[in-house]
Design a protein around this ligand. Structure first.
Ligand SMILES: CNc1nc2c(CCNCC3CCCC3)c3nc(N)[nH]c(=O)c3cc2[nH]1
Ligand SMILES: [Zn+2]
Length: 371
């Protein structure tokens, strides 16, 4: 294997692990902040490190359009370009094509689309996606896959899952093996247990450094997501990391870790932070609400982040209401710090065999309200 993953403790289906890569190690379970256009919006890399994040996401779709993968390669790759020395995971671009571009078409060859920026035409094949991620010098590369929005009928879900399996094979053939770099397969199959099992088994036959669970957080309920995990993760190898794509809110993270997931990414803490939503141990608040206008307390008195150490809710309320850049910076730093503290709590709870109690305390806190 080119990526070493060791599990140091388990608690039920949950695992405490460590993933060693060419660009540094990742303690799991891990939350990966999203860096769409080669930046975690409103955060310097130093500020991202301070939150506790060890790995971030890059975005193949955006970077292939602007500034182009070739230009990032010419400038020394994504790590150099954005001054993030740690591991970077890049998605393959297919999911973003379906959600962002116009006139996209899926065929056996790949995904063709028009850029949402200037309307230019692109053909994203499995081979080209792997090449782009190589040019970006991604530490962890994702296969090109077809994700179907839910609800969808089993025939449609099955066709997309089979296509993704054929693309997985082509991605593995195109991927250049390098020590400390990895290629992840993506399990599809909607909320259908038989299709999920078929997808997992097909990917394992091809063999990957890690296995993502895709096709979720696309409109299904949390209960449906958890039920799908219950019939998916048991089929995945114990000694390889599992990555649940696009998830999620804090209670999603806790429930998915309890079901054997090791890695997560989600735009929620960054995007909703810029819109005024702050996550706290006692649930979420929207700092734009008038009730915070004269509140001298920090967003969360237990929080170690720059916003909670030095500023009042009243001040952050003022900044966000005034659409000041510092408002986005402080809200993003707070939310990413809160997410990292939840992950740190999960890692410690698994290591000490008290995950169930941690989860119960977490849910009680979220329900306590009065924030
Ligand atoms: C939000 N819900 C969700 N996201 C999914 C994503 C995207 C994960 N986040 C990627 C970052 C966001 C911007 C830069 C990269 C998915 N990606 C793939 N390839 N396949 C999915 O089934 C897939 C499924 C997903 N569901
Ligand atoms: Zn804070």
């Amino acid at each position: 294997m080119t990526l070493r993953f060791t599990v140091s403790a388990t608690d039920g289906a949950a695992r405490r692990g460590r993933l060693e890569t060419a660009h540094g190690a990742i303690d799991t379970p891990a939350f990966m902040p999203v860096g769409t256009a080669a930046t975690v919006k409103a955060m310097t890399p130093e500020a991202v490190v301070e939150t506790g994040a060890q790995i971030i996401l890059g975005n193949t779709y955006h970077l292939m359009l602007r500034p182009s993968a070739e230009r990032v390669a010419k400038l020394g790759g994504l790590h150099r370009f954005m001054n993030w020395p740690g591991p970077i995971l890049t998605d393959s671009g297919g999911f973003q094509v379906m959600s962002l571009s116009q006139l996209n078409k899926v065929s056996e060859a790949g995904v063709s689309f028009q850029s949402h920026i200037d309307g230019a035409k692109y053909d994203l094949t499995p081979e080209r996606s792997i090449e782009i991620q190589h040019l970006l010098d991604a530490t962890i590369t994702m296969q090109l896959d077809e994700c179907v929005k839910l609800p969808a009928d089993d025939k449609r879900v099955s066709e997309a899952m089979q296509l993704s399996l054929r693309w997985a094979e082509r991605c593995k053939t195109a991927f250049k093996l390098r020590d400390g770099y990895g290629l992840f397969g993506i399990v599809q199959g909607g909320t259908n247990g038989a299709l999920r099992e078929q997808s997992a088994k097909g990917l394992i036959k091809t063999g990957f450094d890690g296995y993502a669970v895709g096709g979720l957080a696309v409109g299904e309920t949390q209960a449906e997501m958890f039920a799908t995990l219950d019939v998916t993760t048991p089929h995945l190898p114990q000694d390889r990391p599992r990555y649940l794509m696009g998830v999620g809110k804090p209670s999603d993270l806790v429930g998915a870790v309890q079901r054997g997931i090791d890695m997560f990414d989600c735009v929620m803490p960054t995007r909703s932070g810029r819109n005024g939503q702050a996550f706290t141990r006692r649930g979420t608040i929207n700092i734009r609400n008038a009730r915070h206008a004269e509140d001298p307390r920090p967003i969360d008195e237990h929080c170690r982040c720059p916003a909670c150490r030095n500023y009042s809710r009243a001040y952050v309320h003022h900044l966000v209401r005034s659409d000041e850049i510092l408002g986005s910076m402080l809200m993003t730093a707070h939310n990413l710090t809160y997410y990292q503290d939840v992950m740190q709590g999960l890692r410690a709870a698994i290591a000490e065999g008290r995950l169930e109690a941690f989860a119960a305390g977490f849910h009680a806190g979220e329900a306590s309200g009065d924030i």
